[in-house]
Design a binder for this molecule. Structure first.
Ligand SMILES: [Zn+2]
Length: 273
């Protein structure tokens, strides 16, 4: 039997990070992620770039700072989108997307909802603005795969990440029958330097380092890489007898054939004996 419980390279787990608002504390956080090969999506609101606020990042540094990570939208002014007309919501999203694309030279496809709030019109505005997914702030606490990427619920805020990290490592070491899942941690980098927080920069580094010890079974990826991979996995075509699999996408997909990893390469057909 084929099971969809593997990610790139045949690994059983995916881990992703998502950090909002784009303040200068992102610089130290990027250093931590880069030291351990972890991948993050940074959600920026353009009005905060080059602003008069202390600690903002500049448009000139965006390309270099985030070169190993994804840049995504967070609406232009960080408004409560659900209090706006659909037209104004669209303006907030397209203006942010255009600005970040100009600064970064990339195609921007994702977003995090400012304040985590949204309504049905927000989803319409996103679709019109070419934004394919958006992260909420509603933690699942689990290692679940999102049902729908337009309201993508994370596992937890970094302050609550100890238990899910322990769960993931327990699964890798002791519970192979639970294999397969996504750990998704979000937050703001400026929170790490606030006094009295449970997770400061040093503690965050410890947690990332601990996960990196298990990189033989963890795929570190940005939000959009995970969405593209899961969509490719869903696009597999298979015969009625469950023996022939065809991957029509441009992304290699990994599955379990029994307990063994099996790669169904991009554009390839695989027949199971
Ligand atoms: Zn925010």
């Amino acid at each position: 039997m084929i099971k969809f419980d593997r990610y790139a390279g045949g690994k059983h787990y995916a881990v992703t990070f998502s950090y909002d608002d784009g303040l200068s504390d992102d610089r130290r956080l990027v250093e931590i992620f880069d030291r351990y090969g972890a991948k993050c999506t940074f959600n920026l609101y353009s009005a905060n770039v080059d602003s008069d606020k202390p600690n903002c990042i500049t448009r000139e540094e965006i390309k270099e700072l985030y070169k190993n990570h994804e840049i995504a939208c967070h609406a232009y002014h960080h408004p409560h989108l659900e209090r706006m007309t659909v037209k104004d919501q669209y303006d907030e999203l397209i203006r942010d997307r255009e600005t970040l694309e100009r600064y970064s030279g990339r195609i921007i496809r994702g977003m995090a909802f400012p304040f985590g709030t949204y309504n049905d019109d927000t989803l319409t505005a996103m679709k019109t603005a070419g934004i394919e997914y958006s992260r909420t702030t509603a933690s699942t606490g689990g290692l679940t795969i999102p049902d729908r990427f337009v309201t993508w619920h994370p596992t937890c805020h970094h302050n609550e990440s100890e238990r899910p990290i322990n769960q993931l490592i327990y699964n890798i070491e002791k519970a192979p029958w639970r294999a397969g899942g996504l750990l998704y941690i979000w937050g703001h980098s400026y929170e790490f330097r606030q006094s009295g927080v449970p997770v400061d920069f040093d503690e965050m580094e410890k947690r990332v380092a601990r996960l990196a010890e298990y990189s033989y079974d963890i795929w570190f990826a940005t939000n959009v890489e995970i969405m593209d991979y899961l969509n490719a996995q869903k696009s597999l075509r298979y015969s009625a007898d469950g023996k022939t699999y065809y991957n029509p996408t441009q992304i290699d997909v990994w599955v379990s054939n029994g307990d063994e990893p099996l790669c169904i390469g991009a554009g390839k057909t695989v027949v199971i004996e």
